[in-house]
Design a binder for this molecule. Sequence first.
Ligand SMILES: Nc1ncnc2c1ncn2[C@@H]1O[C@H](COP(=O)(O)OP(=O)(O)OP(=O)(O)O)[C@@H](O)[C@H]1O
Length: 578
Amino acid sequence: MQLRIGKAGGRDFSVDAQELVTGRTCIIAQSGAGKSWSIAVLCEKMCEAGIGFCLIDTEGEYYSLKEKFDNIWWVGAEGADSECEDIEMDYDIERVNLKHLMERAVAESRPVIFDVSEVDMIPRVTRLVNILYDVSTEQRKPYLLIVEEADKFIPQSKDSIKKIEEISRRGRKRGLGLLVATQRPAIVTKNVLSQCNNQIIGKLSIENDLKAVGLFFSSKQEVEELTTLTPGDFFVMGTVTHEKTKMRFGKRLTKHRGLTPLLEEKEITSETVPEDEPEDEVSFKLDSDAAIDDGAKKETGSVSPAEPVDNKPPEQKNKKRKPRAKSSIDAKGGKNCIVPTLSRDEVLDIAYSRLKKRRFGIGTDERLIAAELSFRPVYFVLVRYIKSRIIRSGSTIENSFFLDGLTGDCVDIAGGITFRRCFSEYIGLDEDSILVLDGMPLAGETSVEIEARTRFPRKAVEKAVASLLERKLLTNGEAVGESGEIKYVPLVKRRLPALSTRIVKTDFRFGLPEEGEVIEETVQKDDVRTILKAIEPTSEIVEFKTFYYPVYEIRIAADHEEKTVSIDALTGKEVRWI
Ligand SMILES: Nc1ncnc2c1ncn2[C@@H]1O[C@H](COP(=O)(O)OP(=O)(O)OP(=O)(O)O)[C@@H](O)[C@H]1O
């Protein structure tokens, strides 16, 4: 019987079930390289094929297999809770008659998750493996023992659980196979590793660990290749396959729980949301992709066309990560993340095909080294202002738009997220400095000219100029003419846009995501208010809400360089700065 567990070179890749279940296999890869994922895929395939196994779960992450395979018995500490309402523990690890349970499990080829995440592991596992060995000696039926984090149970020291070593030597004749997984082969007892007739080896970086697996490879280059593998990629060799193969484990049928930085649920920050607003939706009215009228410039004109366009996102200062709180989600909080439509797998596929075709332009040996989902803060801003020139005097106009919560730049989200420079260079300035800077002609101005234009007293102009010089938003100043007056030239890439009458709206699905990191916003509402006042003195912020847009950060490395590309988790397009 073959178990189809993934792909190798575009083709399905299978392992021999008999060899896997009754043989000795080690899965070796560093943290985050995909061991738990691979074990879960193997378990799913064994469940589908009706093969029995007992998985020692040290992190309490495998109960989700029960989502699809409800004949699994989950044995764990009393009160252990799953994050899924309809999955419940079957047996209390302290009370269950373990001998009786394992006799039935082996006889019925039943999968068992032996969850030791909340208990003293070593005595429980020692007891389990003793019982399992005896049961297998009696029944002689194929059954697989899976030991996650093997370095905890069979370290290279006298503390190793001897019965596991015995299973590795003598289990086969009893039908009892062994699969051990570890991040640190260098510290697992050689008594077991040397017995393994199958090896599944993924990314490793630590020198000693590379040495420890060196014996499984024929050349140094092959061992070095291990350092470049991406999560999910493994070399499989031994009797489970006919030849050594580099493969990638396939999709999981059940949720992967071995994730993920924890997200904290966040309230929608709004001063004007009425008490009875529907709780599960944040919706805005949509009109067009450009909400602030970027074209409508003031007299001083826009930036010179000759100026190079900076496509790079402004630096994300103070980019803080928020942990996900384990507490329950309150009615409103946590529902303001846009739910991604693309899975991590799908985005990895996109990145891989791009690696193959267009490359990312940083070297000949490009490879993916990380792909993380994060949620980027976006503000929805609704402004009301009076503009007597357009509509009869005294009438109010509304304009809404999206701003990047990290930079203050404009965000368009119709058809995928894109960023346009608008406020970022002005964030943190006081109103006087903004007016001095934004109104300055490209050729520059002297202090006297600034005074004449702004009607600010000399002291105020000096203060504004000093703060702009400090922020490097003006040139240092050159003496001009016979009087030797100093002329300052603006260094901003964008002038402030004028307010328009546009209104934005979106119909995204908001919710609490299962994985990913929420990035905390850094731009202050007060700074946005100051800029809006400088653009239009009558403006008032009527609504100011924060929501989070999902983006996958893909890290690519070549020989000497690394690059991060952001992929929109709704469209699969690269996130652009225009
Ligand atoms: N075959 C795969 N396909 C797609 N994504 C994968 C695959 N393997 C791993 N990943 C991704 O890599 C992440 C880390 O994988 P996993 O939790 O299995 O690592 P691990 O080696 O068990 O880490 P640790 O030793 O720290 O528990 C997963 O959350 C998943 O997003």
